[in-house]
Design a protein around this ligand. Structure first.
Ligand code: SF4
Ligand code: SF4
Length: 292
């Protein structure tokens, strides 16, 4: 049986807010019998955006994470709600607006914080994948329709196909440790979950400090090479997808014309090492600095 899944590409979101507004437009003041009661004008939103900043000026990475109900297959909310929440055969989780009335306890049952409380109608509510539209033949929910950069892709395929796709395309779910088995997958989630080490490589060139393009950067941890990069036209490099709080690293930079440098760094969160000035072998055999 084919079921709905949503794939969200973190790389493509530029925080325009259209998807949030589309959900408001769809649900505020609109009742969809069999699906949902009108959403509240005020209060928490059904689709949210969280910003994450990594690094430091000038090497800063800003990413935006869209969050909503994950339509979990092992949904903690269903264990608390009883028959007030049901899972359809196509994977979509729906809160019953009649049976859930007054059940504020359901809000806390979601470990993702995806359920909001509608004070006016005394209802827990969530984003139910625009099931009322999909049932009319829509192939994508409104968030996908409204997104100018193609962040969303809703796919209705078998669980085996989805598992293969997730593996082949390196898709991840939020907090897999919850064991909830979400049906919302993320591409490029590393921009939220991982760290980078970066720097600007410079050298004295004809008596002037210049950015060095094309320097080779190698990252070592416990003598093992864990990443390689080349500096760009601004002399910058970024070695990404490192685990936060993953300990000590050595960054080695070398350029055949402008020299070499070695820096040690301790990684807690994303780290901009600042300017790394290459030193020619004739000046000194090696320079070593500790950064954290
Ligand atoms: S994200 Fe929360 S509300 Fe949605 S199915 Fe999972 S546990 Fe339930
Ligand atoms: S509409 Fe697309 S680009 Fe705009 S905030 Fe939503 S996901 Fe990001």
């Amino acid at each position: 049986m084919d079921k709905w899944n949503l794939i969200i590409n973190v790389d493509r979101c530029d925080n325009c807010n259209n998807c949030v507004l589309a959900a408001k437009d769809e649900y505020i003041g609109n009742e969809f019998p069999g699906y949902s009661a009108p959403a509240a004008k005020e209060g928490a939103e059904l689709i949210t955006i969280t910003r994450k900043m990594r690094g430091d000026t000038p090497l800063v990475d800003a990413a935006y994470l869209i969050k909503m109900c994950n339509h979990c297959d092992n949904a903690p909310c269903m264990k608390v709600a009883g028959d007030a929440i049901r899972k359809r055969e196509d994977g979509i989780v729906i809160i019953d607006p009649e049976k859930a009335k007054g059940r504020k306890d359901i809000v806390k049952s979601c470990p993702y914080g995806a359920i909001v409380w509608n004070e006016e109608s005394e209802l827990p509510q969530t984003w139910y994948f625009d099931a009322h539209l999909l049932d009319q033949g829509w192939t994508q929910p409104r968030c996908a329709q409204s997104c100018p950069t193609g962040v969303f892709e809703a796919v209705k395929i078998s669980d085996d196909e989805m598992a293969s796709r997730a593996e082949a395309e390196d898709l991840e779910v939020l907090q897999p440790q919850f064991g909830a088995k979400p049906r919302v997958y993320y591409r490029n989630l590393y921009r939220f979950s991982k760290c980078f080490i970066g720097a600007t490589v410079i050298a004295d060139i004809a008596g002037v400090e210049e950015c060095v393009q094309g320097a080779e950067v190698t990252l070592f941890q416990s003598d093992s090479c864990v990443g390689m990069a080349k500096t760009d036209a601004f002399g910058e490099f970024k070695l990404d997808k490192l685990d936060p709080k993953s300990g000590s690293y050595t960054v080695k930079v070398q350029h055949p014309d402008h020299g070499a440098l070695e820096v040690k760094a301790t990684l807690n969160d994303s780290l901009y090492l600042g300017e790394m000035k290459l030193i020619k072998a004739s000046a000194t055999s090696r320079s070593e600095t500790e950064k954290a």
